[in-house]
Design a protein around this ligand. Structure first.
Ligand code: FRU
Length: 493
């Protein structure tokens, strides 16, 4: 039965979506149907399609009472909106249906698990309960479970926060039983991930603290995801309140990938490697799906809480998801590559090989805001060894965004300072690259309002949103010293 609150949201979104033209949106990244979007939720393959839900406030371009928006796709790139799936319409979720996940039940129904938020009291005595809830549906309409909430603060051991207890990620094991990981923090406000198990997906038992932060990576850990990948286990989380550490982690909301071993009996994960998931400016709250062909595919919110004031256009949507990325573990690290489906969108190939230059360069046919560009750069023989290589894009007389590499200190930089922002917020980010002899490989994916730069075949990714006017579509290259470059560029249509 659809509630009045959900019916209103569905009516509203259907009418207001029509006010947004195709060109006012990204071409192949999912954006809010109308109003506000944050985290991807319930990323799953159900009924022959990929389903994506998202944190959604349809009525405004600001965060508000959370609904779940919904879209489906055959290829992870072309999305069709479906009616909003969840609204905050029950006592246990009246202050928001927060992030969660989805899976297919053996009887063919689609199960959603999300965090129901309920505020209690006012003023100094105010508190918030975050509990895990279920909804079951057919891929369009979802019914909240009559025994909600199914995991509450009462299920938690001493010392676990009951007000920072959110973002369940569920999966079904090969033996047919279920697990879920939920973000939490301890008495000191330090993040941890809790593991729960269930025989049927409906009745849940606390199992263990899967992993504890112990004050290392920020504070509260949001949006956990946990899965086996290439013989290892990967725990992805989005920590709040990070302190910087070298060029690996930066201040504020960050992303963290831990790779290690999982003792299933004890329910304990032991991390052996840590890294950022994305080294750019705008990426948070990642979630993965296991595709029918075995690929582990990840998306994130292509945004950061700390940079939400970066808006230059008056659009009636806010928030987009990253490109879905295929994950692997290589050389002990997490690698990410754009989903291979993107190659089907490639048109108008332009290729140049062995372009030796120094100074500024533009190349005939190399421009555009919806493009897939592969670049290899290497030092050119000669006296003037290069000290900097840069690609400038979304460029016109006034604006540009740039990506640069300084081989001497192996430093990468994304800089969207000149992309039209009038806000004093972060517009640049640096990261260390793994580059031998000044060589670097890049794959840049541009889509109207964003750039995602995959470095050295996916060893690192730097993501940033840009709102530069669309006719700023120039691309140029800059070298201080002599470089040699190969480039292949496709339009994405
Ligand atoms: C992460 C997050 C989640 C929460 C949701 C609320 O971006 O804070 O922890 O469920 O957003 O919208």
């Amino acid at each position: 039965m659809t509630s009045q609150t959900l019916r209103e949201a569905r009516k509203y979104e259907e009418a207001s979506e029509k006010m947004i033209t195709e060109k006012e949106r990204p071409a192949f990244h999912l954006s809010a149907r109308t109003g506000w979007m944050n985290d991807p939720n319930g990323f799953s393959y159900y009924g022959g399609k990929y389903h994506m839900f998202y944190q959604y406030h349809p009525y405004d371009c600001q965060w508000g009472p959370m609904h779940w928006g919904h879209a489906v796709s055959d290829d992870l790139l072309h999305w069709e909106y479906l009616p909003a799936a969840l609204a905050p319409d029950e006592s246990y979720d009246r202050d928001g249906c927060f992030s969660g996940s989805a899976l297919t039940l053996p009887d063919g129904r689609h199960l959603l698990m999300y965090t129901g938020v309920q505020k209690q009291g006012r003023g100094n005595g105010a508190s918030e309960a975050q509990n895990q809830c279920l909804a079951v549906g057919d891929g369009t309409d979802y019914e909240k479970y009559e025994k909600n909430p199914v995991i509450t603060g009462a299920d938690l051991p001493e010392g676990c926060s009951v007000s920072n207890f959110r973002d369940p990620k569920i999966w079904r094991k090969e033996d047919g039983s279920y697990c879920c990981v939920v973000g939490n923090c301890d008495r000191d406000g330090s993040g941890q991930v809790l593991l729960f198990t269930s025989r049927d997906g409906f009745a849940w038992n606390y199992k263990s603290v899967l992993a504890a932060n112990d004050g290392r990576f920020g504070k509260m850990w949001e949006c956990p995801d946990f899965f086996a990948l290439d013989g290892r286990w990967a725990l992805l989380v989005s920590p709040q309140d990070m302190l910087p550490s070298g060029f690996e982690y930066h201040n504020g909301n960050g992303t963290l990938c831990l790779l290690g071993a999982f003792d299933e009996e004890k329910g304990v994960f032991k991390a052996e490697h840590d890294q950022s998931i994305d080294y750019g400016i705008d990426f948070y709250a990642s979630q993965t799906v296991l595709a029918p062909d075995g690929r582990r595919i990840m998306v994130g919110w292509m945004q950061n809480w700390d940079t939400c004031d970066f808006r230059t256009q008056k659009l009636s949507w806010f928030g987009q998801l990253s490109l879905p990325r295929e994950l692997s573990v290589e050389n002990g690290r997490l690698y990410q590559r754009p989903v291979r489906e993107l190659e089907r969108m490639r048109r108008n190939k332009r290729a140049y090989t062995d372009v030796a230059f120094s100074g500024e360069l533009t190349l005939e046919g190399i421009k555009g805001r919806m493009a897939d560009i592969e670049i290899s750069v290497a030092p050119e023989d000669g006296e003037d060894i290069y000290r900097k290589f840069a690609v400038r894009f979304a460029q016109n007389d006034r604006f540009r965004t740039s990506f640069s590499f300084h081989p001497q200190d192996s430093m990468l930089k994304i800089d969207r300072k000149f992309s039209g922002s009038r806000r004093a917020i972060i517009h640049q980010r640096r990261s260390l690259a793994n580059s031998a002899d000044g060589k670097l490989k890049l794959r840049m994916i541009l889509d109207r309002f964003s750039a995602e730069i995959f470095i050295n075949d996916g060893e690192q990714v730097m993501t940033a949103i840009i709102y530069t006017e669309q006719d700023a579509d120039g691309i140029s290259f800059l070298a201080e010293g002599n470089v040699r470059m190969d480039i292949v560029k496709y339009d994405l249509v």
